[in-house]
Design a protein around this ligand. Structure first.
Ligand code: FES
Length: 312
């Protein structure tokens, strides 16, 4: 548990698109909620201990999210669609930003479906700054399924709309253009789109691509071995058996690290690595961050060798 858990009241529920509802929150006391930057998300705390991450996408700092009722999802979004109404008080954590807008000479955004939510906040931010070089390709199953479509189409020629039932899947090479130094590529959407963009960006300068996932990448735990974790601040050594996370093994010894999603997607449990090589299994870190080996998500990632030393 982190100490940024708070109660918020739902002040508005709107239908953004077919199967996409928008929720806006306020502090029940009327106090201002903390500010956030484009790319930030909050965790909604749902029954049975589930936490689900949603990008903040309100205008002018409003705490608004958009939730797709994903038929093949893990049940969190369906529960929200069925149960959360205006006036309800719910628990949230955050905001936290693991997808910040980096400084760049130009920006290429690629959004698929509900992946538009962090991207629209970035586009609004760049428009606010004026004279920024950006373009966006936004795909979805059909126009009816695409949230914020009218606002995005109103941005003019910088935007390319790709409803799948009209034009097919996003043409990723066309959306990216030629590799250029100084370009930041931001992508959020379904896993096949993220993988296609990742593949296409391998010939681009390192650090170009920024992606955000809200569903965990599958990790194959077969063949996992136990290893030791040393809590660097106290010197306590803990054995992490196969099938147990570093987070849980440390908690069993009274060393508690803040956690939320437990699935390697939210970044709450990010912990500094002092020694040892990490087997990264999260869905957040970039290739450069994995190679740097300076932090790990202890809810999911493990050791590549026999021992890790962590700054806890
Ligand atoms: Fe979310 Fe570990 S708790 S990444």
């Amino acid at each position: 548990m982190t100490d940024d858990t708070r109660e918020v009241v739902v002040t508005e529920r709107v239908q953004h698109a077919h199967d996409v509802v928008g929720l806006t929150f306020a502090d029940p006391s009327g106090a201002a909620l903390p500010g956030w930057q484009a790319g930030a998300h909050i965790d909604l705390l749902l029954p049975e201990g589930r936490a689900r991450q949603y990008s903040l996408c309100g205008s002018d700092g409003a705490w608004s999210i958009a939730v797709l009722n994903a038929p093949d999802g893990r049940g969190g979004s369906a529960w929200i669609h069925d149960n959360i109404r205006e006036g309800d008080v719910i628990q949230v954590r955050g905001p936290r930003n693991k997808f910040p807008l980096a400084a760049a000479q130009r920006y290429v955004f690629i959004a698929g479906g509900i992946g538009i939510t962090p991207i629209i906040a970035m586009v609004r931010e760049l428009e606010r700054r004026e004279n920024q070089n950006w373009r966006l390709t936004y795909g979805g199953r059909s126009r009816e399924s695409m949230a914020f479509l009218r606002e995005i189409e109103g941005r003019g020629e910088r935007v390319s709309i790709a409803p799948q039932d009209e034009t097919g899947l996003i043409d990723v090479p066309a959306a990216l253009g030629q590799p250029r130094i100084g370009t930041a590529v931001y992508c959020c959407g379904p896993e096949p789109l993220l993988r296609a963009v990742d593949r296409a960006c391998r010939s681009w300068p390192p650090g170009t691509l920024h992606v955000e996932r809200f569903t965990p990448v599958e990790a194959d735990g077969t063949g996992d071995e136990p290893f030791e974790v040393v809590a660097g601040r106290s010197g306590v050594t803990v054995t992490v058996p196969a099938g147990v996370s570093v987070l849980d093994a440390l908690a069993d010894q009274g060393i508690h690290i803040a956690t939320s999603c437990g699935e390697g997607v939210c970044g709450t449990c990010e912990t500094k690595v002092l020694a040892g090589e990490v087997d990264h299994r999260d869905s957040l870190l970039t290739e450069e961050e994995r190679t740097a080996n300076t932090v790990m998500m202890v809810c999911r990632s493990r050791a590549r060798g026999a021992r890790l030393v962590l700054d806890v």
